[in-house]
Design a protein around this ligand. Sequence first.
Ligand code: WTA
Length: 655
Amino acid sequence: MSQEALENLLHENRVFPPTAEFAAQANATGAMYDEAAQDRLGFWAEQARYLSWATDFTEVLDWSDAPFAKWFADGRLNVAYNCVDRHVDNGFGNQVAIRFEGEPGDRRDITYAELKDEVCKAANALTELGVTAGDRVAIYMPMIPEAIVAMLACARIGAAHSVVFAGFSAEALRSRIDDAQAVLVITADGQNRRGSAMALKPAVDEAVAETPSVRNVLVVRRTGSDVAWNADRDIWWHEFVEQQSTEHEPEAFDAEHPLFILYTSGTTGKPKGILHTSGGYLTQAAFTHRNVFDLKPDEDVYWCTADIGWVTGHSYIVYGPLANRVTQVVYEGTPDTPNKDRWWDIIERHKVTLFYTAPTAIRTFMKWGDELPKSHDLSSLRLLGSVGEPINPEAWMWYREVIGGDNCPIVDTWWQTETGAIMISPLPGVTGCKPGSAMGALPGIGMAVVDDHATPVGNGGGGYLVLTEPWPSMLRGIWGDPERFKETYWSRFPGMYFAGDGAKLDDDGAIWLLGRVDDVMNVSGHRISTTEVESALVSHEAVAEAAVVGAADETTGQGIVAFVILRGGLPEETAKGEQLVQDLRNHVAHEIGPIAKPRQIMVVPELPKTRSGKIMRRLLRDVAEHRDMGDVTTLADPTVMNLIATGLETSSGED
Ligand code: WTA
């Protein structure tokens, strides 16, 4: 973010205090902050009591083996029971849990009683396939109810799921299956995207050809497209799961029993398997969902537009909302199919009251124009949420005025795959909101903005965002790599969790997130590491060296810009061709997935490096954003910047 943009942000003086009307009915109270400040562990214990425990816990936090936390360690529970069965037991079996809408327009309402039957059948199916507690199951699925059923079935039998976003490539899927040693993959024949069927099964076939740990592939029929079939390994969901019994006894597991692994990009080429466990995770996911979204289970219709492939889908479609007995919309497709008002149409028809989406989407809709949302009745909405990246004040105001009819609190929620649940956000009905600010830490959360020496900066200062106290839904480690866990998050500022984000506190102490300070990019709210894209580029035969940066992008937050040096001896036509740039972009899409496709690739003769050989990304970012280059005196060869600037004119490959 440029200094000027930052100054403008910090002089944002519009504040929207809670309305008396909202405050009078809000779940959250100002007293929560005081209670948690006086007795943090007591506060979390109280939140944990919203869950149903098979065996009550006596200890709240064990931090003796820091940074490996244990929360509620001697308690036992079943996560799926908490998300499904107990609502049926409490007499809410007929309440609709999921209002599914497929992209082609097919609809399906699933009650809690029906969801329970589906989860039980799937749990029996997994057991019949030999999946047992402690195993890992990879899920590579579109946004259809079976994806949620699959996750809950794993939770029910104590197998950890590893959901891989269905937009990732076969290679990305393979490496994740392999790292977790998954025994089963659950997938679909395909998914509906932009009006046509996009295949998924071929990527699974390609991936499992090289993952001997996988014994079976369970396939949901969604699009009806033809698929290749390996009769020794592949099983149709509609044949195998459907015939199972709806009776299944949920077994209680330790609160620290693994619930899922979710891979996320770090600063190296190898994604990290972030491990979450059961009791603490569910406690904080449910607490935040209840209070940040003000859920009233008997009245609200909630819709989170995330995909289950990301952590937002885990915590705010599956676990938090279902634990709280939500009624929610699940939509399979893209926002522009069949028309660019599909989302507003969904909100109007389902009378959505609570809506959670990402700034990228909001900025895209701003570009598409006010007429589309204005042609729909969105008056059912009573609260709006934002997640995934900093939301600029213009987008925030547009969201408030055009979508929220000037009448909804906006909760800008900061959190990460690693934090498991929301950490920083206003509490609606309690906290005022400033356009573009996530305001402050939630009750029970210890947060600070510190300088290089780990000293808190105080109001008006900027620095690094850290978390100063363990929290219930914190990651319990990186799968198979305890050293990397300590090194990545706990070594920079001893005793504190370093989030990797820069932040500023304004004069009132409200927090402004400034984006990543490490080599992780945030493209449309998706984390992609620069190194991962660089590795993909150098795996192409034409590339000798690559450097990747995230450059500011009006819609996607950041766009991926790559600088590549080609290998010597390539035929001249190849080395110059537009075709090569296209090939490289497609190569990255093939290696990682279309979301990692560089916006721009510049073929350059040199890269700027310090004398110690480190690539100076800051300079490349300046080039990519067309800024003045500033200080280049630490460069080994300052003239390379001129060479690169020349390259910029000739070989960008935007489409
Ligand atoms: C960024 C997504 C500003 C941040 C839940 C963080 C945000 C990364 C916000 C985590 C927000 C998330 N304001 N930045 N409200 N929410 N981020 O793991 O850089 O996909 O470190 O989790 O997204 O991304 P992840």
